[in-house]
Design a protein. Structure first.
Length: 760
């Protein structure tokens, strides 16, 4: 390299109009032949390369494209296919087998899927048990050839590095890790040799696991991995790429025997501090992640230019690459189509394509001086100023309340024991009270009516009547089934965040801001762009209506501040902590409104609390402290007799149990059954002394469980938890289930409860 260049790490697969998603789904539905699928995907892939080329990116990633998921690509490229899918072990893994691993088929269940670090992307977990890996297809090489032949692009193949790949896989004991490394490194070496022989210049090897805590023994393995790979393909430039955080053990990592290191400079100043303190080896290239690949905001280009200039004081420009902080997989494709938004907002959005433009402008500003791109920088400054000075970002009352957050009520008036007594007298619930998590089946007619209403084809009044009919039907059903605490059923809600976002000030919704969540499933997160403010009651009407139909208590149902935060794109001019307090104070008003309207059991769901945990353990405490405070700000200003519930959908609980306790919710319900009751075990070691309901059946399956399964689950839980504080409920909301199976399962749940009650 002779001068500073621009690079990219990965481009969204889904297509500007989700063409990729549509092609995959058409194929799965049998409406597209395999050959046609592959043709369509190729044209999408080439278009994406073309876009990057036209944007002026110097180093364009290839083989980041996928038929489903890049970890599944890596596994299948090495022939790692669980036995149950019947792969011969020879030649490339057939497309049908590939998709069966991801989605299951009639004979075999799919591989597990899990979150990709702290993003909302999910990958397929490779199963290594008994695998005899070999390189059955050099996908990066094929992608490199294609880009060169079709478009004349000298691509940069992207692969997932051995350390991260093995860390993310399952089906082995920790003691087998080193042996697995020995098994896989030669395959990686072969892959790289083939790239070298082809004349590839740079290969990007993603090792995001290096930003988490790496033990000393494992780090020694990392050193040996890269020594071997470097030796295998000495003519190839290896770029060891990290992202989502600064690396642990900076000095040792930059000393690894590779030709380039990629670091993320968008997470505070951590990487910059490491660089300025410890320097950077004179024989390596630094790929600097400058433009945030995980938010949707335009970068402050002058600021970023200054940042690169600081980096360039340590690493000369000819050894420096400017790039996004991570793959652009995590942002939507193009902000061009967002015409329905206020200009102050739409002008300030940067999706993947706009981020690439930014990378190119910053690179030029550093290379040629700011004057060369004066107009772009001025324009950028104006756009950001307009947004920052807009009324939506300057709601004084909201900002004042958050500035004095310590003055807002964040503790209940009495401790749990006194509240418990007051609530017992107030509610007079039976031993082992029964309830559900909130939603009931969102059947086709419910979804259709909402669609019509949204499109204006159904007027407000008939739509309201329709919703009321469903509420009434389910109140009656719940009474018949014999539940103790009822819910209205959430029929009016699309999803847990959008519903609230649409009613709160400070949120916006894009037309085409889709990002891949897993496989072909895409989500369109709301954007929190202004100060969040309560403007009107959001849930009171439906809940009060439901309560008017029954003498049993109806539980109000809200999404908590941290879940709203973690499932949205969040403004970056103030901290996430501040935004969470804004949301919390708005929700506190809703809680008050419900209480004033006579709804005195209120559930505030926080299924995404855990998702926000920082990657570095040392940062957990800070996050958990403000997350807990946000929850408490929403739920504390109520009478002792008002019962606050919360809900979480995961069973990994033991390592954050102190924070869960600190939420001080009167009752928590948590998923238990999918983990075969593992959670119950954790209560042998940890006490929990507030109200708690461990889900007694899995709602993810249409199967109606037997009474004995539930009594068994309840019996085990009661051995480790105080029966006086124990609640009976399903694992999660029932919106994805059918009506009949829901009613049957709930009846079984009541039957099981009665059996256990009679034994006490
Ligand atoms: N109250 C929500 C429901 O029942 C909770 C959903 C969730 O935990 N993800 O649908
Ligand atoms: Zn749940």
């Amino acid at each position: 390299m002779t001068t500073l260049r621009s690079s990219n790490l990965g481009y969204p697969r889904i297509g500007e109009n989700r063409e990729w998603k549509k092609a995959l789904e058409a194929f799965w539905a049998g409406k597209l032949e395999e050959a046609e699928l592959l043709t369509q995907l190729k044209s999408i892939r080439l278009k994406h390369l073309q876009v990057q080329k036209e944007a002026g990116i110097d180093l364009i990633p290839v083989s980041d494209f996928s038929l489903y998921d890049h970890i599944l690509d890596t596994a299948t490229m090495f022939g790692v296919v669980p036995e149950r899918f019947g792969y011969s072990g020879h030649g490339p893994v057939p497309v049908s087998v590939y998709y069966a691993i991801a989605r299951g088929n009639k004979d075999a269940s799919a591989s597990e899927m899990t979150k990709w670090f702290n993003t909302n992307y999910h990958y397929i977990v490779p199963e290594l048990n008994g695998a005899s890996p070999k390189l059955v297809e050099n996908r990066p090489l094929n992608a490199y050839r294609e880009a060169k032949q079709e478009l004349g692009i000298e691509g940069k193949p992207v692969i997932v590095g051995p350390y991260t790949f093995l860390k993310l896989s399952k089906g082995y004991e920790p003691s087998q890790f080193a042996a697995l490394v020995d098994q896989f490194v030669p395959l990686y070496a072969q892959l790289l040799k083939e790239l070298e022989a082809e004349g590839v210049q740079w290969v990007q090897i993603d090792e995001p696991s290096l930003v988490t805590s790496v033990s000393k023994e494992e780090f020694e393995l990392v050193q040996s991995i890269y020594a071997q790979l470097n030796q295998a393909a000495p003519g190839l430039n290896l770029l060891l790429q990290t992202y989502f955080e600064s690396v642990e053990q900076y000095e040792a990592i930059v000393a690894l025997p590779v030709q380039g290191i990629g670091l993320d400079f968008t997470i505070g100043e951590r990487s910059l501090n490491q660089l300025e303190t410890a320097g950077f080896p004179a024989d390596k290239v630094l790929a600097a992640g400058i433009v945030d690949g995980r938010n949707i905001w335009r970068a402050d280009l002058r600021d970023k230019t200054a940042l690169v200039n600081r980096i360039a004081a340590v690493v000369p420009q000819e050894r420096l690459l400017v790039q996004p902080s991570c793959s652009l997989l995590h942002v939507p494709v193009s902000a061009k189509g967002e015409v329905g938004l206020a200009a102050e907002l739409s002008d300030a959005l940067a999706f993947a394509n706009e981020k690439l433009e930014e990378v190119v402008v910053i690179a030029r500003a550093v290379r040629e001086g700011e004057a060369a791109v004066q107009e772009q920088l001025d324009n950028n400054e104006a756009v950001l100023r307009t947004l920052n000075e807009s009324a939506s970002r300057n709601r004084k009352s909201v900002q004042d309340a958050v500035a004095e957050i310590g003055k807002q009520p964040s503790s209940r008036k009495s401790v749990f024991a006194s509240r418990q007594a007051a609530q017992k007298a107030r509610w007079n619930l039976p031993f082992l009270p029964t309830t559900t998590i909130g939603s009931f089946p969102q059947t086709a007619d419910v979804r259709a009516a909402r669609q019509q209403w949204r499109k204006g084809q159904l007027q407000d009044e008939p739509y309201k009547t329709f919703i009321r009919e469903h509420i009434a039907k389910w109140i009656k059903l719940q009474e018949e089934i014999g539940l103790d605490v009822l819910v209205h059923g959430e029929f009016e809600r699309t999803d847990m965040v959008e519903f609230f976002g649409e009613k709160l000030d400070g949120f916006a919704f894009t037309r085409n801001g889709w990002v891949q969540s897993y496989g072909s499933r895409c989500v369109k997160p709301p954007i929190i762009y202004g100060d969040v403010q309560f403007s009107q009651p959001m849930t009171v009407e439906e809940t009060v209506y439901a309560q008017s139909l029954t003498s049993k208590p109806v539980k109000g149902m809200l999404t908590g501040p941290i879940t709203i935060l973690n499932w949205s794109f969040v403004r970056s001019d103030i901290t996430r902590e501040q935004v969470s307090y804004q949301i919390a104070l708005a929700l506190a008003e809703e809680v008050k409104a419900l209480e004033n309207a006579g709804i005195e059991m209120i559930q505030v769901d926080e299924p995404a609390l855990r998702e926000g945990l920082p990657l570095k353990r040392a940062d957990w405490e800070h996050y958990l402290n403000w997350a807990v405070l946000a929850f408490r700000l929403s739920t504390s200003d109520v009478a002792d007799t008002t019962q606050i519930h919360t809900h979480m959908c995961y069973c990994e609980f033991h390592d954050i149990i102190d924070s869960i306790r600190a939420l001080d919710a009167d009752v928590i319900s948590i998923e238990t059954s999918r983990s075969h009751g593992e959670l119950i075990h954790s209560f042998e070691e940890h006490t929990y002394e507030l109200g708690i309901g461990l889900g007694v059946y899995d709602i993810h399956s249409p199967r109606v469980p037997a009474v004995a399964e539930m009594t068994n689950m309840i019996g085990r839980a009661l051995k480790v938890l105080d029966p006086e504080l124990f609640w009976i409920n399903p694992d999660c909301g029932l919106k994805t289930r059918g009506i009949d199976e829901t009613v049957a399962s709930l009846r079984t749940m009541i039957e099981a409860t009665e059996i256990v009650r009679s034994q006490f």
